[in-house]
Design a protein around this ligand. Structure first.
Ligand SMILES: [Fe+2]
Ligand SMILES: [Fe+2]
Length: 186
């Protein structure tokens, strides 16, 4: 990973999707990748199969919890705010490809490499790139809609979102838990 890609991993306000919680999740995902990458790069990460599996599972859980929450917001925008059904379907498809193909291959790859003593560091690069590009393109679509909401409509959106979360809660993993687990991988 070169320094350009590396600096792109810092969340900046231009990546904002105009909903604080989703912004925080994006920020956490980028920080997680960046922190893991730094640790791998410093040579302090002990790339055992267990350690790789543990840290991968954090990245995967951060990914799942974010994509799920974002899809709830997309559903609400589609159902109550005239947001295009095709756009929502396309966006969800991108998420599905990332979950199944990109993260699936990443997992297989690091597990195979663990056996040969390789830490799979270079495999983090496409993952990081995907996030930055996805936030800047697909996520930008709904971000523009959120930015244009009146305070009343934004309130409506939150009411629908709280309803959705009460009906089907999303289990959230915190960044501190990840840092604690990462400390144990030296
Ligand atoms: Fe997102
Ligand atoms: Fe997205």
């Amino acid at each position: 990973m070169n320094s350009q890609t590396h600096s792109a991993l810092i969340w900046t306000p231009e990546l904002s999707v105009h909903m604080e919680y989703l912004d925080n999740q994006h920020r956490s995902i980028l920080r997680l990748i960046d922190t893991w990458w730094n640790k791998l790069n410093s040579g302090k990460f002990n790339a055992t199969k267990e350690n790789l599996a543990k840290i991968f599972s954090f990245l995967n859980r951060f990914t799942q919890q974010h994509l799920e929450l974002e899809e709830r917001v997309l559903d609400i925008l589609e159902d109550h705010f005239d947001y295009s059904t095709e756009t929502v379907a396309g966006h969800k498809m991108r998420h599905q490809v990332f979950r199944d193909d990109i993260m699936g291959h990443f997992h297989q790859d690091i597990m195979l490499r663990a056996r040969s003593g390789d830490n799979g560091m270079d495999q983090l690069r496409p993952i990081a790139k995907w996030w930055v590009s996805h936030i800047k393109t697909e996520d930008r679509g709904y971000a523009d809609v959120l930015a244009a909401l009146t305070p009343e409509r934004r309130e409506d959106l939150y009411v629908h979102l709280i309803d959705s979360l009460l009906n089907r809660p999303i289990v959230i993993v915190g960044y501190k838990q990840f840092i604690k687990a990462l400390r144990q991988t030296s």
